[in-house]
Design a protein around this ligand. Structure first.
Ligand code: GAF
Length: 395
C-alpha cells in the first residue's frame, strides 16, 4: 500500500465531467472514455477464496475512476488526483515486476498482465480518482485494477469475459504487485450488482447474485474503518495461505474446500495445533457462507447476525488475523445494539462491519467512537454501505 494521503470515505470523487476535463487539461487531449470500478465489502467468507471455497462479497458505492486516452507510441503516463507521486511516465517495454511504486503498481500491473496474456496493449495516458478508503480492507487496489482492466478490455477490443479479467487482475496482484491474494475482491468489483451480494464458488468462478438489501428489514450495514493500515504484500497474509496449503497437503486433498466440518476430528489428529486451527477456520467459514446464503433466502438479513459473530470469533481465535482495534469495533457494536459484526477483508487492520437496526445506529456509532477514544486509538471512520453496481464505463 502506498503511504500517500488517504482518500477518505467522505472525499467525494469528482464528477465524470470534472475528471474528463482535468484529463484534457493535464494531457492536452480529451480521454477516450472514463471507467469506474467499486471497492467491496465481504459479507462473509474470509480467506476461503484461495482455498477454492465460497465467498459472499458485494460491490460498494465507493469507486475508483479512470479517464484513459490511447497514445500512438509506447509511453505510459499516469496521474492521480490524490497522493504525492505527481505524473509518472514509463514505457510498455519497461513493465516488469518490481518496476513500479505506490498506486501506479495497480494500473501498470494490469497492463503487464494483459501483455503476458498476449493482448496488444497500447501506450496510454491515465488519470485516476478514487473515494475508496486506502488500506481499510475495502479493496482500494482492486478497484483501481478493475477500472483499468475494464477500460483496456474495451479499448483493445480484447473481449475478455469477466472470469478472464478476474484472472488478469489476480496475476497483476500476485506477480507484479507481489501480494499472494485470491479472486474474491476483483470478482465483487467486476461482477457485483446493485442490491445483491455475489455468491462465488472460487473453484470454478461460478457466481450467483444473491439479493441483499438491509433497508426492508429495518437494518443498515455500518462499516467501521479502524484506520489501522494493512498490506497483503506483508508476511501475515502469505503465512496464513502457506498454513492452508500445508493443511491440504497433509490431509491429502487438492484444497481445503474438500474438507468438511465432519472431517475436522480426523484433521485434529493429523495436523499440528496451529495448522489445525487455521484449517478449522477455513472449513467452518465455508460452511458459514453456505448457511448465510440459505438464511438470506429463507429469512432475510435479520437471520445472519450469529453467523457474522461466529465468523469474527473464528478469525480472531483460529486464524489470528484480527487486531485489538477490530475486536473493539466488533465487541462495542454488538454490545450497543448491532445484531452481528465481524472484521471484513484480509485482516491485520482495516475495517469491521456491523449489521445494525436503524433505531440503534446512533447508539452504535457513539459507543464505538467513545470506546476508541477511551482506548487511545485513532478516531474510526464510520459509514453505511449497501450493494452497488460493478465496474462499468461511465463516459
Ligand atoms: C484480501 C484478498 F485480496 C482476497 O483475495 C481474500 O483472500 C481476502 O483478503 C480474505 O478473505 O482481500
Amino acid at each position: 500500500m502506498s503511504a500517500a494521503p488517504h482518500p477518505t470515505a467522505d472525499s467525494a470523487a469528482p464528477g465524470t465531467q470534472d475528471l474528463a476535463a482535468r484529463f484534457t487539461r493535464e494531457f492536452g487531449a480529451a480521454p477516450a472514455g472514463v471507467w469506474q470500478a467499486p471497492g467491496r465489502v465481504n459479507l462473509i467468507g474470509e480467506h476461503t477464496d484461495y482455498n477454492e471455497g465460497f465467498v459472499l462479497p458485494f460491490a460498494i458505492d465507493r469507486t475508483a475512476r479512470v479517464a484513459v486516452g490511447i497514445r500512438q507510441d509506447s509511453t505510459v503516463r499516469l496521474l492521480s488526483t490524490y497522493g504525492d507521486q505527481g505524473m509518472v511516465s514509463t514505457t510498455l517495454d519497461a513493465l516488469e515486476p518490481g518496476s513500479a511504486k505506490g498506486w501506479t503498481k495497480y494500473p501498470l500491473g494490469v497492463m503487464w498482465a494483459l501483455r503476458e496474456r498476449g493482448i496488444k496493449v497500447p501506450g496510454i495516458d491515465l488519470l485516476l480518482d478514487s473515494n475508496v478508503p486506502l488500506g481499510a480492507g475495502l479493496s482500494s487496489s482492486h478497484a483501481i485494477e478493475c477500472a483499468v482492466v475494464t477500460a483496456l478490455n474495451e479499448l483493445t477490443g480484447a473481449g475478455l469475459a469477466a472470469e478472464d479479467m478476474v484472472l488478469a487482475t489476480q496475476r497483476a496482484e500476485n506477480d507484479f504487485v507481489g501480494a499472494p491474494t485470491g479472486i474474491m475482491d476483483q470478482s465483487a468489483s467486476l461482477r457485483g450488482a446493485k442490491g445483491h451480494a455475489v455468491f462465488l464458488d472460487c473453484r470454478d468462478q461460478n457466481a450467483t447474485l444473491v439479493p441483499f438489501e438491509t433497508e426492508p428489514a429495518g437494518l443498515i450495514l455500518l462499516v467501521i474503518d479502524t484506520k489501522v493500515s494493512h498490506s497483503h504484500a506483508d508476511g501475515g497474509y502469505a503465512s496464513r495461505r502457506a498454513s492452508c496449503e500445508l493443511g491440504a497437503e497433509v490431509m491429502g486433498v487438492k484444497a481445503l474446500r474438500d474438507v468438511q466440518v465432519g472431517d475436522l476430528e480426523e484433521a485434529s489428529g493429523l495436523l499440528d495445533e496451529v495448522t489445525f486451527r487455521r484449517v478449522r477456520h477455513v472449513v467452518t467459514e465455508n460452511d458459514r457462507v453456505l448457511q448465510t446464503v440459505e438464511r438470506l433466502a429463507a429469512e432475510g438479513p435479520a437471520a445472519i447476525g450469529t453467523l457474522l459473530d461466529a465468523s469474527h470469533a473464528s478469525m480472531r481465535d483460529d486464524f489470528e488475523i484480527s487486531c485489538p482495534e477490530l475486536d473493539l469495533a466488533v465487541d462495542t457494536s454488538r454490545a450497543s445494539g448491532a445484531i452481528g459484526a465481524r472484521m471484513t477483508g484480509g485482516g491485520f487492520g482495516g475495517a469491521a462491519i456491523a449489521l445494525t437496526p436503524v433505531a440503534s445506529e446512533e447508539k452504535v456509532r457513539a459507543a464505538v467512537v467513545s470506546a476508541f477514544a477511551e482506548a487511545g486509538y485513532a478516531a474510526p471512520d464510520i459509514f453505511t454501505v449497501s450493494p452497488a453496481a460493478g465496474a462499468m464505463r461511465i463516459a
